[in-house]
Design a protein around this ligand. Structure first.
Ligand SMILES: Nc1nc2c(ncn2[C@@H]2O[C@H](COP(=O)(O)OP(=O)(O)OP(=O)(O)O)[C@@H](O)[C@H]2O)c(=O)[nH]1
Ligand SMILES: [Mg+2]
Length: 371
């Protein structure tokens, strides 16, 4: 069943889902999700599936702390960053070291981009496995660098893996959805929620909760927790988010849901081309217009400055080269001279005052003279 479904949804690398004249760029599938939700197993499953479809993907592991990878990968963060060393060197705990390792790796992300660029004609999919530390993609710099760099060049889809059995609890379901919504609204890239581990529990309940607010409310009523009220209010807010959400039930163990998943990827690529890319191009245009306007403004200001400055520069030159400047100097000299004259007159006055005083009391002087 799985093979049949993907035979129709996995065209050759040079054809396109949305008929376009340009050769199709590989699709980047960025696999995110909470720790233990099954990201690595999911990636292993779709990797195996694509191999069986004779469209092997290009695989990048971005989890620096993983012990063993169950799939062969082309680029491994562990070859670039030593997570244990990062922990020691920066005195960090395991989570901090993972985030820091990814931050360090993202500083060389341009190299990875050029490797991907060289390989883009050979592959239909670029797959990215990520660490369970979801904060990397909610607030860390590396999450932004990685997703935005990929999204700027390739059709990029964020796949959020949810642990379905754990999400059977409405409060855990709500926390998972809040993470998903924060990532979706941060990046605005096409988004797929994969309800994983459906071999343990069917994902129907989750779909129903998203569709029917009252069903979720009654599930919450069963929970006697402090966060019940909060969950109730939040579920109202998330209604709009649920309405446009692509959800796929999947089992990384059995491979069930592969067909639906790749259909969702095709749909997400369509969204990338017609919504994200359009918005991104608009934003780029706006940014370049803003930069252009700023350059123009700076140039205008410079010109204005130069219009006032030459008079200053000119004056200076005139002071040295032009006769007028000599006149200016003369003026200064005259002023000095006037000042000197004033001083002289004052001295003369004071001398006269001294003489007058001496004449009034001639005794001392005369006595002295007599002697
Ligand atoms: N039954 C079942 N188990 C699964 C499925 N997917 C993953 N698992 C199990 O879930 C556990 C965690 O799987 P991983 O793939 O390591 O999860 P992860 O999200 O990569 O974990 P981190 O990288 O540590 O965040 C493993 O024991 C898997 O065997 C599934 O679809 N069904
Ligand atoms: Mg993993």
């Amino acid at each position: 069943m799985e093979t049949d479904s993907t035979a129709t949804s996995a065209p050759s690398p040079t054809t396109t889902a949305s008929a376009s004249a340009e050769p199709k760029l590989p699709v980047c599938i960025l696999v995110l999700g909470m720790a233990g939700s099954g990201k690595t197993t999911f990636l292993q499953r779709i990797n195996a599936h694509l191999h069986s479809e004779k469209t092997p993907p290009y695989v990048v592991n971005l989890d620096p702390a993983v012990h063993e990878l169950p799939y062969p990968c082309n680029v491994d963060i562990r070859d670039t960053v030593n997570y244990k060393q990062v922990m020691k060197q920066y005195s960090l705990g395991p989570n901090g070291a993972i985030v820091t390792s990814l931050n360090l790796f993202s500083t060389t992300f341009d190299q990875l981009l050029s490797i991907l660029d060289k390989n883009q004609s050979k592959y239909r999919y670029f797959l990215f496995d990520t660490p369970g530390q979801i904060e990397v993609f909610t607030w860390s710099a590396s999450g932004t660098i990685i997703t935005e760099a990929l999204g700027a060049t390739y059709p990029t889809v964020i796949v959020y893996i949810m642990d379905t059995p754990r999400s059977a609890n409405p409060i855990t379901f709500m926390s998972n959805m809040l993470y998903a919504v924060s990532i979706l609204y941060k990046y605005r890239l096409p988004f797929i929620v994969v309800l994983n581990k459906t071999d343990i529990i069917h994902h129907r309940f989750a779909l129903e909760w998203m569709k029917d607010f009252e069903l979720f409310q009654s599930a919450i009523e069963q929970e006697h927790s402090y966060s019940t009220d909060l969950c109730r209010s939040l579920s109202l807010v998330l209604d709009e988010f649920y309405a446009n959400l692509r959800c796929v039930g999947f089992s990384s163990m059995t491979g069930d849901g592969c067909k639906e998943f790749f259909e969702a990827v095709d749909d997400a690529c369509h969204e990338y081309e017609h919504v994200y890319k359009v918005e991104y191009n608009k934003w780029q245009e706006k940014r370049s217009k803003r930069e252009h306007d700023k350059r123009e403004k700076d140039l205008k200001r410079l010109k204005n400055d130069l219009n006032t400055e030459p008079s200053l520069i000119g004056e200076k030159r005139i002071r040295y080269d032009d006769n007028e400047s000599d006149d200016d100097d003369d003026d200064e000299d005259d002023e000095d001279r006037t000042n000197n004259d004033d001083d002289y007159e004052e001295e003369e006055e004071s001398f006269k005052r001294y003489l007058a005083k001496s004449v009034k009391n001639p005794t001392t002087t005369n006595d002295n003279m007599d002697m």
